[in-house]
Write a protein that binds this ligand. Structure first.
Ligand code: CA
Length: 481
């Protein structure tokens, strides 16, 4: 009799354990995802320590999530970066190293190159959630778009990724003729800006936030993966005038240029410089910075509208929220503008992951992170099994303990015509190899020289360090698909 009772107890305990595990899995599987991606947003944000830029809504998210201080894109250009983090593969696996040029089409009239040409059967991050029965939708720019030319179209979209999409187009697109530009008739790529008339809601990103809020209201009762891709602060820097008033020109200080910046050495490091930008006056440089910061604060306000809806609808407790950007951005540091350099400003991205219930919430993390880590992280947080071939690592251990690390280096690469540059960032160093050494190399001590002013690559004191880091970037560059 006693033995029977014990057996029953053991059986009950086992059943209870199994039931608890099953409920746990079901709950984890039902977590929603809200993926917020700004275009060309650098870390000029209050929560990242910037003294001037107002970003109250992103800051609020940072306060309830984990803010990664050392997150890096794999390629500081729209299509290569987005193709990489949305497939979970490095640029040498997607083979996307450029944006498609206007009028460049493959045989089925898709802009080329796109990653499906090389990885036809790959399962993208949103596609994985679709396969698991989630409602998966995109609002605005997730895959590459020519901005502003393709606003209102699907751009270089991947149809397999989404069940539903919205392509907003606002006043910023309709009133392009009002935009100030250095290249007449051109508003993307070239520096261009406008302190706009009208309200937030009339701008493309305002319409995106409205559409996202409406989708949250409609789809609140089933698991969703909602990706919202904002177009700002990408050029043209268009934002309602009130945001420009936050940043008076006489309070904007321009970055100073080091001796190597002035000598433009090694040349490859400065290969993203455009001729028109060399002719800017200091006053115009301040105006460009003002317009970029105004666009950032405007975009932040739209992020706030979406997050407010998430709270209002009671969805915040069961939704993983990610805020990031496709790459960083130069505002005249090193004399450069925009992206496509391998300096910190271009390679580094803001990354905030707010996953309800993780122990690290509210803390910053110094752990190195790559954008390619997003895919395995979101799959992990939602209890989905990701494809085996992914190149990134789940950041969940860092979300549980922000003092921990999952990688000892982050890589970023860029193409310069017929050669490539590869850069490795460790906790202390940034080392960059151009054209496998034929076009120069750079080593910066990011602890003592965060502005990257002293190139130590030729310093005899660092010979063995350079050798180790060179071996790492070469191994990375040779890693095939
Ligand atoms: Ca971009």
């Amino acid at each position: 009799m006693k033995l029977d009772q014990t057996l029953w107890r053991v059986a009950w305990l086992l059943l209870l354990l199994l039931a608890t595990a099953a409920v746990g899995n079901a709950q984890a599987g039902k977590r929603n995802v809200l993926l917020l991606v700004a275009d060309d947003l650098n870390c000029d944000l209050r929560s990242y320590g910037h003294p001037r830029v107002q970003s109250p809504n992103i800051d609020k998210l940072a306060a309830r999530g984990v803010r990664f201080e050392r997150a890096y894109c794999q390629f500081p250009l729209c299509s290569p970066s987005r193709s990489s983090f949305l497939t979970g593969r490095r640029p040498n696996a997607t083979r996307i190293h450029t944006n498609p040029r206007a009028g460049q089409f493959s045989t089925d009239y898709k802009p080329t190159p796109n990653f499906r040409e090389f990885l036809p059967d790959t399962v993208t991050l949103p596609q994985l959630f679709r396969q698991q029965g989630y409602f998966v939708a995109r609002v605005g720019k997730l895959y590459h778009y020519g901005v502003p030319a393709q606003i209102g179209t699907s751009g270089l979209d991947d149809v397999e990724s989404w069940e539903y999409f919205v392509n907003p187009a606002g006043r910023d697109k309709a009133e392009e003729n009002r935009i100030f530009t250095f290249t007449p008739g051109s508003f993307g790529g070239t520096l261009s800006w406008l302190a706009a008339e009208g309200t937030d809601l009339e701008q493309t990103d305002g319409l995106s936030a409205t559409a996202a809020v409406s989708l949250l209201e409609q789809k609140r009762d089933k698991p969703f993966f909602l990706a919202v891709g904002f177009y700002r602060p990408h050029t043209p820097y268009v934002a309602p005038k009130k945001y420009f008033d936050l940043y008076p020109l006489d309070k904007i200080t321009l970055p100073t240029l080091s001796a190597s910046d002035q000598a433009r050495l090694p040349e490859a490091a400065y290969g993203s410089a455009r001729k028109e930008q060399e002719t800017l006056t200091d006053q115009q440089r301040r105006e460009a910075i003002q317009a970029y910061w105004a666009s950032t604060t405007f975009m932040d306000a739209q992020v706030g509208r979406v997050l407010e809806a998430l709270d209002r609808l009671g969805l915040a407790e069961n939704t993983v929220v990610v805020m990031t950007s496709d790459h960083g951005y130069h505002l005249y540091e090193h004399g450069l503008w925009q992206k496509m350099s391998l300096f910190e400003n271009s390679a580094r991205v803001p990354l905030i992951v707010a996953a309800p219930g993780t122990k690290g919430n509210g803390k910053p993390a110094k752990a190195l992170a790559e954008l390619v880590d997003l895919y395995p992280t979101l799959a992990d947080l939602c209890g989905l099994a990701p494809p085996k071939y992914l190149d990134g690592k789940s950041l969940k251990p860092v979300l549980e303990d922000p003092a921990s690390n999952v990688r000892d280096a982050a890589f970023t690469q860029i193409r310069r015509g017929d050669y490539d540059g590869y850069s490795i960032r460790t906790a202390r160093w940034r080392y960059t190899l151009w054209g496998d050494g034929k076009k120069g190399e750079q080593l910066f001590d990011m602890e003592s020289d965060p502005a990257e002013t002293k190139n130590l690559a030729a310093d005899p004191k660092h010979v063995s360090l350079v050798e180790v880091l060179k071996r790492r970037v070469r191994a990375y560059s040779h890693a095939g698909p």
